[in-house]
Design a binder for this molecule. Sequence first.
Ligand SMILES: NC(=O)C1=CN([C@@H]2O[C@H](COP(=O)(O)OP(=O)(O)OC[C@H]3O[C@@H](n4cnc5c(N)ncnc54)[C@H](OP(=O)(O)O)[C@@H]3O)[C@@H](O)[C@H]2O)C=CC1
Ligand SMILES: CC(=O)C(=O)O
Ligand SMILES: [Mg+2]
Length: 798
Amino acid sequence: MPDQTDKQTFSDEDALDFHRLPAPGKISMAPIKPMATQRDLSLAYSPGVAVPVRAIAADADRAYDYTSKGNLVAVISNGTAILGLGNLGHMASKPVMEGKAVLFKRFADVDSFDVEVKTTNPEEFITVVKNIGDTWGGINLEDIKSPECFIIESELQDLLDIPVFHDDQHGTAIISTAGLINACHITGRRMEDVKLVLVGAGAAGLSSISLMKSLGVKHENTTVVDLDGVVYRGRQVSMDQWKSVHATDTPHRTLAEAMVGADVVLGLSAKGAITPSMIASMAPNPIIFAMANPDPEITPEEVKAVRSDAIVATGRSDYVNQVNNVLGFPYIFRGALDVRARRVNHEMKIACAQALAQLAREDVPDEVAVAYRGRKLKFGPDYIIPTPFDPRLIWYIPPFVAQAAMDSGVARVRIDDMDAYRARLRERVDPSAALMQKISSAVRAAPNKRVVFAEGEESTVIRAAWAFKQAELGTPILLGREDLIRRNAAEAGLDFDSLGIEIVNARVSDKNAEYTDFLYAKLQRRGYLKRDVQRMINQDRNYFAASMLARGDADAVVTGTTRNFNMVLKEVRRVLDVKESLIGLSIVLAKGRTLFVADTSIHELPSAEELAEIAIQAAATVRKLGRTPRVAFLSYSTFGNPPGERGEKVREAIRILDQRGVDFEYEGEMPPELALDPGLRANYPFMRLSRDANILVMPALHSAAISSQLVQALGGATVIGPLLVGLEKSVQIVSLGASVSEIITAATFAAYEEGISVEFEPEDEVTPPHPTPAVERSMEPLVETRPVLTTAVPPTEL
Ligand SMILES: NC(=O)C1=CN([C@@H]2O[C@H](COP(=O)(O)OP(=O)(O)OC[C@H]3O[C@@H](n4cnc5c(N)ncnc54)[C@H](OP(=O)(O)O)[C@@H]3O)[C@@H](O)[C@H]2O)C=CC1
Ligand SMILES: CC(=O)C(=O)O
Ligand SMILES: [Mg+2]
């Protein structure tokens, strides 16, 4: 089985930095209504707010219409069973709860925040949540230990008229059941026949086995095991009513005895609970779900060492077959919220499990396949369940859940047009994540790229190179002194040797003479002596790195963390020529849009000719990134009004493009709102942009750089770049002091630039919903892969 090595792609320091920087935590909130004017304030707050207040006082359900309740889910915990780490208290659970909240947003556009309740007393917990519960459209209980979690969930569900869903129980049950349906299918088993052992008689385990039994697994074919051994009928120690339901008449008393001849083992307990000898004793083609987090009951490597015929799943993302409730809770709540469900019932859980199982059996689009470590994903032992980054999940799963809620009578509102619903769901996904995922996927799928990390002795650069290699984006080469690189890697807690990252020390490299001769030939008539060039190659990593590129010893370079941009660019340009025109292109991702802004780094006050060149270069790059370029030349003026020198330059640039007959749409000069608002553009009947512009060519460097930085600082946009475009070889220069993530992103683009391109589907060109008249929107037909909304398919028919 490929890709079953334990490869953590980060150090402890990375994890802490990730949570600490640039601001502590993982989620923040943003307003969705304007708050700019006196009128806005009067509407949003007093006196305008009194109107919805009265409406809700008269009919509480109106809160769904006038507040964020309908898209808001609380993640609530008391920290008594944090992952598999145990009872570490309510505050320690906060990173996990924030994590669940951010996953709600990322994967299903559900707004969410966490609530940590400081009590281990179930009655106290229930009182707190009951009294604040109406705030939300749903409640996701998380990491509350059994058996208290059973009481808490069922009492709260009785008290509240919104879904109260204990994720560790039902989320896990849904995903593991989906996985089991498919694992049985692959191994030719029927649910009715499988002999199943459950290790861990807690929230996750008991709920999972219950759902599996409702789909055919026979009670008498199961054995449940906890810390006291087998849960047999008549056992007295450490029993409760929830365990008793699953107690069986069995002579077995230990897990090892129960495992002999078993078809399936579900681990929902703790690290190391299952041993290789137990696995060895199982039936042929055993199914092993070792789902404890963060460390499974047994690792896939340990399983494979004793049973090559096994199907193995874990809760982790760094192995194949990730059976984790992240595949469930975002989409279950999405579907439940969209019909304002009163609860998540059995029918909805079954519908979700079957939809997930069915999605895994669909043909996997290449973009999903390559995102998963470059492997072609095909339904089989190494792919029994969709991957969390599968972009189909958001529009495939919730319709099943919503339909089941409507059919079973727990929905407050109906969705009649499921096709339209699917289309709306598709628009919800985050375009920035989709963009980076596609770029990374294309790089992974392409032939291996050798990327030089020029400042190889820097700790951030080493960590970035390490992560780049771990993510299988290419082969990093670190420039620098080996002893120092190793020391810094060790300090960052990286197991350097296991990865085989290449280190090149310019001073002692056998390429030194070759690069010196090459560069001297280039510079000898520009005032450089050979010994100057020798020194440059020996002592300056940017000269050496760029020479590696020029001489074909590497495919791309990333540099810039230790020196300012202009200095680095000057050095690189002494070695490498400009292929076409050289520009800086920034990618701005905000509010569902992906915009490309140019020129953000090279031309200070571009002439009309240079503006035209910038547009041509930007359009070519954007096309390479899979989009149809549409250029707006921005200005303070609109088509000559008011007149001015910079506006005239833009008008001249338009005339130059007219003469050249370029093959992309362009228009200008115009202010940004015109480029991005079809309603305003309707006032200009001669307008040549058929849709919103996606490339904004700025009149000068200062406006380009300032505006892209400003939207990031103030507007919550994500800005990637500036990317350097137009050199004969691929070099990316990051900003001084760039973070590990920024270096990885730059390296990924550097590797991407070198001869890769990706086809984006038309719907990747998201135009966000807009109050002004409809813009043309292309929507891929959903027919081929659309699930048929039917009732449960018996597993035997799969
Ligand atoms: N992959 C996924 O999506 C999910 C994974 N999980 C994982 O499942 C595990 C359990 O979580 P949860 O159900 O919420 O926790 P609970 O505290 O409710 O239950 C834990 C259960 O595991 C049993 N157990 C612990 N250690 C062992 C052992 N060495 N051998 C046998 N049984 C053991 C406990 O036994 P006893 O009753 O005797 O105390 C208890 O029954 C955690 O590791 C968690 O990370 C949970 C949810 C989702
Ligand atoms: C995944 C999860 O919810 C857990 O391990 O607790
Ligand atoms: Mg959990």
